[in-house]
Design a protein around this ligand. Structure first.
Ligand SMILES: O=P(O)(O)OC[C@H]1O[C@H](OP(=O)(O)OP(=O)(O)O)[C@H](O)[C@@H]1O
Ligand SMILES: Nc1ncnc2[nH]cnc12
Length: 231
């Protein structure tokens, strides 16, 4: 009979090319599977199937809109992930597991979410992790003194701001957003965190548009993405 550890190892190996989840995460998903089946141990096969189907479920829920918001952009819409409470919960659990995989020494004090789609899951993730949530907003939306950074993105130039004092010097900060495309938005957010004296410990995204190589703008800071598209 296989143990939970065996099942988790098998899960991680079976799905190596399909998912960024690792052995520890697979173990947690296997444990979730135990809950779902009311105490019945998950077999490696059923756990692997659950993990693969989790990723497929999330990918299938995404919608694609050619030529939005301007011609030539293939827009990936992540909003459907939040329409179904089961998919929403699955998403949050998977993101939480990704952060836990960073290890205790890299436990974030602050989750910084980017305007606007980083606000859809950043606060929920922060609550699960016992961390603060702090927004990065487009310029002119927040009162009081702010730090500002300009950035180029896939479809234009923009400005991001954070409120002074929102991140305290030395706090460990994880920046989260729905999508990394060119990486301009995330890099600007990282620069704001550093302007406030925060320690930027990583970036976490739901989806990476790999062809745009946004990671190259993030200066080697730990960058984790749940899903990937090459379109
Ligand atoms: O990697 P990049 O090329 O910078 O692109 C990624 C950013 O673009 C999108 O936001 P957008 O600026 O469209 O704003 P919105 O969330 O307010 O729609 C997306 O939500 C990311 O924040
Ligand atoms: N192709 C894209 N789809 C959705 N959001 C984006 N943000 C930047 N590029 C995007």
């Amino acid at each position: 009979m296989s143990t939970s550890a065996d099942a988790a190892q098998s899960l991680a190996q079976t799905t190596k090319d399909q998912t960024s989840l690792t052995t520890t995460e697979a173990a947690a998903l296997a444990s979730n599977s135990n809950d779902a089946s009311r105490g019945q141990p998950a077999t490696a096969a059923s756990g692997a199937s659950e993990l693969a189907s989790t990723k497929i479920t999330l990918l299938k829920a995404l919608k694609h809109f050619p030529d939005f918001p301007i011609p030539g952009i293939k827009f990936v819409d992540i909003l459907p992930l939040f329409q179904d409470p089961v998919i929403h919960e699955t998403l949050l659990r998977a993101l939480e597991l990704q952060v836990l995989e960073f290890g205790e020494q890299a436990k974030p004090d602050v989750i910084v979410g980017l305007d606007a789609r980083g606000f859809l899951f950043g606060p929920s993730l922060a609550l699960r992790l016992g961390a603060s949530f702090v927004p990065v907003r487009k310029k002119g939306k927040m009162p009081g003194p702010c730090v500002t950074a300009a950035y180029e993105k896939e479809y234009g130039t923009d400005y991001f701001q954070m409120q002074e004092g929102a991140v305290k010097p030395g706090q460990k900060v994880l920046v989260v957003d729905d999508i990394i495309a060119t990486g301009g938005s995330a890099a600007a957010a990282g620069s704001l965190v550093r302007q406030l004296g925060g320690e930027l410990i990583g970036y976490l995204f739901i989806l990476e548009i790999a062809a745009l190589n946004g990671r190259s703008k993030l200066g080697g800071v730990q960058t984790v993405t749940l899903l990937e598209t090459n379109e």
